[in-house]
Design a protein around this ligand. Structure first.
Ligand SMILES: [Zn+2]
Length: 355
């Protein structure tokens, strides 16, 4: 079994945590926040595992092999707690932090709509954390997403966070830290995770999905706005994420073979924003690929293509039908790309090449 580590681009965050721990200054309450899909649960799983592991590695990571690590991986560690919409459960060191067959301390009434983490769940957690450690070590609770806490639940949690029992750590995970109450935020040490550099995200995706070609990974990453775990989920979800098909269609349009009306007809109100992000990524990718070649798009054309994109964004905001917006934008692009392709003494022609 290998060590339980944070993701490759989370080393700075990991160092911050381990440094605090080595200096015995690890806060008893953490708020880990960042864009959806940036890997918050991965760094939290690594932290929890490290706090419970009986043989931590030199870099502070959990060994993955001791009895505590094995119980944690199976969602069966008695000192690892997860509070979420599904209830007060055993925490598992995996991507979702929970296991179907792990410990169940408390579950909400199945008939309830379960749109928030109820106060009964928080009470169950507080009771669990109040017991002595089963393994004479740390006790850890993760609340995810913390935005799901009801107001009463968040209030009930404050005392536990302010006056924790010995060796007790509580970690809140939130996409939007600001949506939590100021009081709750002020009681936690904050760790904010940013998006990884694009190359690091691509390299990681390639390691996760070695059979995928890099262009597909780039397309999925563009669609996920740079969030690697969202991109991975999309790629695993379906063999052909729409971004890949969209990029192929944009390539065809740029080379004069594609049909902008047909592509526009595929975009609806739900996918319009993702499509515009895909167009942005496609344009940036094309520019990167052409840097230093004689076939580069000239600066004026780039600005005009970008202006069409911004116009499309603005018109979507004003509630114009997505398909009409996309038709107008793509026809504008076809016009601009065609005029770019016409040879002129000032600017070399853009090579039409399917990429
Ligand atoms: Zn271990």
């Amino acid at each position: 079994m290998s060590a339980i580590r944070a993701l490759p681009w989370q080393q700075a965050a990991w160092s911050q945590l381990t440094r605090a721990r080595t200096q015995s200054q690890l806060s008893h309450a953490w708020l880990v926040s960042g864009t959806h899909g940036v890997g918050k649960r991965a760094v939290v799983a690594a932290l929890v595992a490290s706090l419970l592991c009986e043989h931590t590695q030199a870099d502070g990571s959990a060994c993955g092999d001791c009895k505590s690590c094995k119980m944690l991986l199976a969602g069966g560690h008695p000192d690892a707690h997860l509070l979420c919409l599904d209830g007060h459960l055993g925490l598992a060191a995996n991507a979702s932090l929970q296991r179907e067959d792990g410990i169940t301390h408390w579950q909400p009434d199945k008939a309830s709509k379960r749109r928030e983490i109820s106060i009964d769940g928080v009470r169950s957690l507080i009771e669990g954390l109040g017991l002595a450690s089963h393994r004479q070590g740390n006790k850890v609770a993760v609340i995810a997403p913390a935005e799901d806490l009801s107001r009463a639940s968040a209030d009930a949690l404050l005392k536990t966070i302010e006056e924790p029992t010995a060796n007790t750590f509580v970690v809140l995970i939130a996409d939007q830290a600001l949506s939590l109450s100021a009081t709750l935020r002020s009681r936690c040490q904050q760790l904010r995770l940013g998006l990884p550099p694009p190359d690091a995200a691509l390299d990681w995706l390639q390691t996760e999905l070695p059979a995928q070609d890099r262009r597909s990974l780039q397309a999925a990453l563009d669609l996920a706005r740079g969030a690697p775990l969202t991109a991975l989920a999309q790629l695993q979800d379906s063999a052909t994420p729409p971004a890949i098909a969209w990029r192929a269609a944009l390539d065809a349009i740029a080379s004069g073979r594609g049909d902008p009306m047909k592509l526009a007809a595929e975009i609806d109100d739900d996918t319009a924003i993702a499509f515009l992000h895909c167009c942005q990524g496609w344009l940036a990718d094309r520019l990167r690929a052409q840097l230093g070649t004689t076939a580069a798009l000239n600066g004026t054309r780039v600005a005009e293509l970008n202006r069409e994109l911004h116009d499309a964004h603005r018109r979507l905001d004003s509630n114009t039908r997505a398909q009409l917006v996309m038709e107008a934008m793509l026809i504008g692009w076809v016009r601009l790309l065609a005029s770019q392709a016409a040879p002129s003494p000032q600017s070399p022609p853009m090579q039409s090449r399917a990429r």
